[in-house]
Design a protein around this ligand. Structure first.
Ligand SMILES: [Fe+2]
Length: 272
């Protein structure tokens, strides 16, 4: 793969190859490849909304900007709390976005309202109307990727869900949250068809996976509300290796530079 100018030089281990820095590339040195399951591509991102007005405004704006609806549901979740979801795709750029409104109940906050109920980045956030909840990165082999990350000590919240959306077979696995003062996590996705070429299909989606994820997140959130601490994605990785592992995941994701625009990442990680 072609490394961008922000390529990093990493130490090798028995599982990894070297990613060569720009200087080496400039001199025409052949670059050893990352394992293909670590050549990640941005698949979609999901934004939470504080209220119905924000949700409707974002939906309206995206449709006015050429995005096509690929999935919409008014309520998926548990008996008490749930979420509404609108997912769309830009046929022009291929960017996929999901917009979510957490629906709290008397006596229980939906985890999808957590950034607005409890704040983020170390403070209450009265003015925030949106929060970038997760980034989905696409791999060619989710089983290998997950085994590799787990061998390093990383922890996932969910198993690998195997389902289908309107485009074709879809495998998904969700990490634990990455940071203490945030609600951000990563979704790894494997799509066994050409995701670059898929246009807006029908509006069928992975309802079961969406519900399972909701329940897992809500259980994790109830734990956090009780204890005000959480087990994070990389807590099981020796501290000195955490930054490198996170960089291995994020720095090479294509398009280059995209992950740095995701607010919880840019607030917490220096990638360059
Ligand atoms: Fe997602």
């Amino acid at each position: 793969m072609a490394a961008g100018k922000e390529g990093f030089q990493h130490a090798t281990s028995c599982h990894e190859r070297v990613i060569v820095r720009d200087a080496a590339l400039a001199h025409g040195v052949a670059m050893a490849a990352l394992p293909s399951y670590l050549k990640l591509k941005v698949d979609h991102k999901t934004v939470l909304c504080r209220d119905l007005e924000t949700y409707r405004s974002l939906r309206d704006f995206l449709l006015n900007s050429g995005y096509k609806s690929v999935y919409e549901t008014e309520r998926v979740g548990e008996e008490k709390t749930a979420m509404a979801t609108f997912a769309c795709l830009s046929p022009l750029t291929g960017e996929r976005l999901a917009v979510v409104l957490g629906l709290s109940a008397p006596g229980e906050v939906s985890h999808a309202q957590a950034p607005f109920a409890y704040g983020f980045a170390g403070k209450r956030q009265e003015d925030a109307r949106t929060y970038m909840q997760h980034l989905a990165l696409r791999t060619t082999d989710i089983e290998k990727l997950r085994s590799y990350l787990e061998s390093k000590g990383a922890e996932f919240l969910t198993p690998i869900y195997k389902d289908k959306d309107s485009f074709g077979p879809l495998l998904q696995s969700f990490t634990r949250e990455l940071f203490d003062d945030e609600w951000f996590f990563i979704e790894f996705v494997q799509r066994d068809y050409d995701a670059e070429k898929a246009g807006p299909g029908g509006t069928q989606f992975v309802q079961n996976t969406v519900r399972s994820l909701y329940v897992s997140k809500q259980e994790e959130f109830r734990e956090w509300e009780k204890n005000r601490t959480k087990r994070k994605f990389l807590d099981g990785v020796p501290e000195k290796e955490r930054t490198k592992l996170l960089r291995d995941i994020l720095t090479n994701a294509e398009p280059k530079g995209y992950v740095e625009t995701v607010a919880p990442i840019s607030r917490n990680v220096r990638l360059t």
